[in-house]
Write a protein that binds this ligand. Sequence first.
Ligand SMILES: CC(C)(COP(=O)(O)OP(=O)(O)OC[C@H]1O[C@@H](n2cnc3c(N)ncnc32)[C@H](O)[C@@H]1OP(=O)(O)O)[C@@H](O)C(=O)NCCC(=O)NCCS
Length: 189
Amino acid sequence: MKKDSDEFIIRNANENDIPEVMEVNMRSLPENYWYGFYKFVLDRWGDIFLVAELNRKIIGYIMNRIEDTRDPVLYGKENELSNNKEKKKGFDDIMSSLKNVFSDSHKVGHVISIAVLQEYRKKGIGTALLKEAISKMKSLYNTEAVYLEVRVTNYDAISLYKKMGFEEVRIIKEYYRDGEDAYVMVKKL
Ligand SMILES: CC(C)(COP(=O)(O)OP(=O)(O)OC[C@H]1O[C@@H](n2cnc3c(N)ncnc32)[C@H](O)[C@@H]1OP(=O)(O)O)[C@@H](O)C(=O)NCCC(=O)NCCS
């Protein structure tokens, strides 16, 4: 029997995987979802819903959706955090934000949730899930960027995202139920 954690595989999720994915989610994150939500995401974006499997056991997953946005921050035009916060909105800024409202929408990938069971972390599984998902979002949907929200104190996850080329572009105050803020992190493709 294969015992080596290097032997994990990344594959598309299917409906039978949902209970195990829910288990990984509940053991890893305070943000949990009901069965029907997983089913909805799977039916709609199953080609970018991936699981990591080891010896037929699901040890990680990544669940994503594709969105249209006119938000310049999300497709990489601006970074609110690096902008001068003191800057007053001048005429040019107002005109350019109006232009954005009317400009074409852009396709972006949104990582809804990613987790790896505690005992299998730090072996490259999270990286492999994210890499494969990003590559599929680009090749199947031609997304211009991928974004996600992450707790400002989730240092493990933030460090992984930074290594993968994501940048913090925005803070959403009290995004989580317990009041913690989220960074929005974006990787331009
Ligand atoms: C975030 C999460 C998915 C990362 O999964 P992971 O499988 O541990 O990710 P990786 O192993 O690819 O990378 C994590 C770290 O291990 C390191 N690593 C990867 N392979 C390694 C190996 N063979 N040996 C030692 N370290 C290794 C990576 O370099 C990375 O290091 P860093 O933290 O210093 O940047 C995981 O920590 C998790 O499930 N957390 C709880 C749920 C969560 O917070 N999800 C994110 C919500 S936004």
